[in-house]
Design a protein. Sequence first.
Lengths: 380, 103
Amino acid sequence: MAAWIERQKNILDFTLSSLLRRKGKNLALLVVYILLVFLMASVMLATSAIRKEASLVLREAPEMVIQRTVAGRQDPIPLSYLDQIRDIPGVMSCEGRLWGYYYDPVVGANYTLLVPGSGEPAPGTITIGPGVARTRTSGPGDIVEFKKVAGGILELEVASILPDRSELVSSDLVLVSPEDFRAVFGSAPGLATDIVARVANPRELVTIAEKIAGRLPDTRIILRDEMLRTYDAVFSWRGGILALLLLGVMLAFVIVSWDKASGLSPEERREIGVLKAVGWETSDVILMKFWEGAVVSLSAFSLGVLLAYVHVFFFSARLFAPVLKGWAVLYPQFRLIPFVDVSQLTALFFLTVVPYAVATIVPSWRASVTDPDAVMKGLR
Amino acid sequence: MTRRTRLFGLFAFGVLALFALMAAHAALAVRSAGQGLLEEARLVRELGLTDLCLSTEANYTRHLSLADFHTPFQDHPLALEHFPSGALFGPPPHLRRSHGRLD
């Protein structure tokens, strides 16, 4: 056993000196490799953390949201629909919600104005989300102006700011009283933005949704399960730009591996030829190349994953922020909770380390089984 | 063992230690995030929120799960998607389900 360990140590030592002889090339390769792993791991860590947090937080979302659609667009829903929904057996409660989007021309940001179902702010006052407070540089006691639908300005005093730790769900919220909401948007008293319903038995949700859709054919219903599934699907590997980004990175990785697998440089061939000539066995050469692949790929994987962890959980995935932010002025500064999915990291390991290690060994094996003289002369 | 191998050993040990630190940080952060998650869940329940606030530039990326069939067309049937976040988030699965085979 001691001899085996000694042999590994000697071969590792030789491998390191061999890598250092081609310092520039190997360093460049390592940097590119680290970047590829960093990008893939950043996407994986960020999406898995968002998915997990969404699944924990949105468990408390309304069981059912009923919207009215007219000509393909959402339209205010008459509150008279409430009675028709309440009549359905199994519906525990339902109520109209008042909410809407407000564009603030002062700073160019979009807010979500919402009237809370209970504990609404007193008329003339608002409670704002941390993102709104940051964008407007407003605090309790400050005045925020809103354009009224009928013309003129409505001045509302900031009563309080929602907690920073809730930024992921509340960054752009402005909680207002129903009176102020109607003054800003002008919606009629008999109309709401949508309706939320609670049912007694969650297993009856789909049946009740079908009954509502039958009674009120101009509505569409979104169930809580669908909200939860949305985040699961949107942040899966297959969705949107994430898939494109991963595809690009994977392609770059395939090119790096292919370059390695397609053949050795003349210098590397000569090295193998010399080693064979001085008595190294084919297995020794392969072992050396295994160590070479392992040193490079394991270093790149570890450093890439560590950097991705710092990027996502200490710097809030700042590299991805421009895409999420888009043209918006108000950008939530949430700090993701490090729900690390070990199975994803394992998948990343097998996706990046194993192909590279194999790609390093195969051409060396081909060179080491041929005649050293021919290898050194560059005939094979 | 040469100096080179010793240095590499130290590097490998350092990386392993950093991985251990990462795991410890993740475990501690998840544990200490409990209060924040409860706060978020309370707000979601009390205000009847339906979505995470990840982007505020377009209504269908602010409220992903409430996006409707009209979303891809915006202002007219051939309007092109022009919000960067719209490229990041795909449509919610309940908009994509098929209602029956047509062939």
